[in-house]
Structure formats: structure tokens, C-alpha cells
Design a protein around this ligand. Structure first.
Ligand SMILES: [Zn+2]
Length: 290
């Protein structure tokens, strides 16, 4: 399995501040160390500019990311979700991020954009207008073929940390690594089936405390299972990329699931053997919103 790893929401997960014992800088520093350890290079971080106004010191997070040889891409200024706003407001927020993030965006080899929550536009008009604007700005939209729901595991992790429950912590960690492997296989097979040819997958991580703590084990486990981490450039060609932004979509789905839904078909979100585990983690995550 060839996979390009990406990360969203630098410098800080939107509107959600790290709990006691963690900082935004510390979380990203841990993820950078894990990437270095596993020799995963040139990772695109789809970033928001809003934290820089409130916390100018967070510019260091972006500086350090780029200094490691990774890249910054546009993920809107305020992480607004397209179904919640007009096309005009969304386009203005793309432009605001282009301006505010220019010092880092200008250093990236590619000009890339990711829609918050991977919403492409829930009406044909919004879809067409945003696509036209991305083209005008020379931005290539980048979607995701597999994510590992680490944000849900993060909430379960935080509950277990708060409760000082070692058994729960151990379950959260081990179940995530098993889930991540099974979920990636499931999504890669679904994408290959949908596109009718092997694909280079695009995966996603977030800068949350749990991912900071598990990142090294996560990358190591995926490599043990035969995953080869490759450059995002390799995934941005062929039928998969030309399908990005091609259909109206309002649901939180990965690329091939959005295409299937638009065609009146359903690709199951989870592999059969992980449905109960995911449900258990959702239960353990209750009460946390970060
Ligand atoms: Zn995001």
C-alpha cells in the first residue's frame, strides 16, 4: 500500500485548546519527531490562519514545520464549513488564508487546498463557484481516501487520562493501532475497487494530544504492515485526483465514499471487524468535545 500522509489544522485544531499538560507547539513537535523517526518527508499541513491573530507566537509552529522540510497548504482562514456559509463567504475565507499564510505557502512546491471537513459544496452552484475560484487562484483541491478517526480516540484518551484509568488508556492505544491498519486496508480496497486500478492513498492526521502520543507507534505499525509512505505528488495524478470536487456532497465522507453516494451507492464507512470497537470508543469518548 502506497500512501501519502497529510495533516490538517495546523497550527491548532480549530477552536479547541490543548488540555493541561499539552501545548499546541508540543503536540506538533511530537508529531514532527515521529515523522523524522520514520523518515516521512515533505508532509503537507493544511493550515488555518485564525490562530495567528489570537496567538502570534504560533507562527513558530509553522516555521518549525517548514524548517523540517514539510509544507504548508491552504485550509481556509477560519476553518468554516462550506454548507454553513455562502460561496462568497467561503471564497473570501480562502483568499484570507492565502494572504495570511503567504510566508509559508510561498515556500511549498505545490499550491494546495483542502476543504474543511472535505465538504465540496452541497449545491451545484456552490460547488461550481468554489471550484472556479480554486482554479483562478491556481489551487489544487486535495481530498482524503482514508482517515483513522483519531479525533474520536483522542476524546476517549482524554477521558481515560482524566480518570487516571490505566486499563482504559492501554485499550485506547492498542485498539487504535489495530483499527488504523484495518481501516486503511478497507479504504484502500474500496478506492481501488471504485477507480478500477491501484491507487496511491491519501491519509490524514490531526494535531491532537492522542495523535502526538501515538504517532510514532502509528507510523511504525503501518510500516510493519507494508505501508510505504510516499510524496503527496504521487497521489495527485490519475482518475482519483480528477474526481475531486466532481460531485455535490454535504456529508463527512472520504473521496470514494462521496463519489459512491452521488452515484446512489454506499461504501461502508468501517471494516466489518472494527464496527464494535469504534462504537466502544465513541462510548468512551462521551462528554469530550475537543
Ligand atoms: Zn480541518
Amino acid at each position: 500500500m502506497r500512501v501519502a500522509f497529510t495533516i490538517d489544522d495546523l497550527p491548532l485544531w480549530p477552536m479547541s485548546y490543548p488540555p493541561e499538560g499539552y501545548t499546541a507547539d508540543g503536540i506538533v513537535t511530537s508529531i514532527r519527531a515521529a515523522l523524522r523517526e520514520h523518515e516521512i518527508h515533505g508532509v503537507y499541513a493544511f493550515s488555518n490562519a485564525w490562530p495567528l491573530d489570537k496567538h502570534p507566537e504560533m507562527a513558530k509552529i509553522l516555521d518549525d514545520w517548514v524548517a523540517d522540510g514539510h509544507h504548508i497548504a491552504n485550509h481556509t482562514c477560519h476553518h468554516i464549513e462550506l454548507p454553513d456559509v455562502s460561496a462568497d463567504a467561503f471564497i473570501a475565507d480562502i483568499d484570507a488564508a492565502e494572504d495570511r499564510l503567504a510566508p509559508w505557502l510561498d515556500k511549498a512546491p505545490l499550491k494546495l487546498f483542502r476543504h474543511p471537513l472535505c465538504h465540496w459544496g452541497e449545491t451545484p452552484d456552490k460547488l461550481a463557484r468554489v471550484n472556479a475560484h480554486l482554479k483562478l487562484r491556481g489551487l489544487t483541491p486535495v481530498d482524503v481516501t482514508s482517515w483513522a478517526y483519531e479525533w474520536t480516540w483522542n476524546r476517549a484518551y482524554r477521558n481515560a487520562l482524566d480518570a487516571q484509568d490505566d486499563a482504559a488508556l492501554s485499550f485506547v492505544k492498542s485498539s487504535f493501532l489495530d483499527f488504523a491498519v484495518s481501516q486503511l486496508r478497507h479504504d484502500m480496497l474500496a478506492a481501488e475497487h471504485w477507480f478500477g486500478e491501484p491507487v496511491v492513498g491519501i491519509t490524514l492526521g490531526h494535531n491532537v494530544p492522542f495523535f502526538a502520543d501515538i504517532a510514532s507507534d502509528y507510523f511504525g505499525r503501518l510500516k510493519d504492515e507494508g505501508v510505504v509512505f510516499t510524496a503527496l505528488e504521487e497521489a495527485l495524478s490519475g482518475p482519483m485526483q480528477s474526481a475531486v470536487g466532481s460531485v455535490v456532497s454535504k456529508d463527512f465522507l472520504v473521496l470514494q465514499q462521496k463519489l459512491a453516494a452521488a452515484a446512489g451507492q454506499t461504501i461502508p464507512k468501517f471494516p466489518e471487524d472494527q464496527i464494535a470497537i469504534h462504537a466502544k470508543i465513541v462510548e468512551m469518548a462521551k462528554g469530550q468535545t475537543g
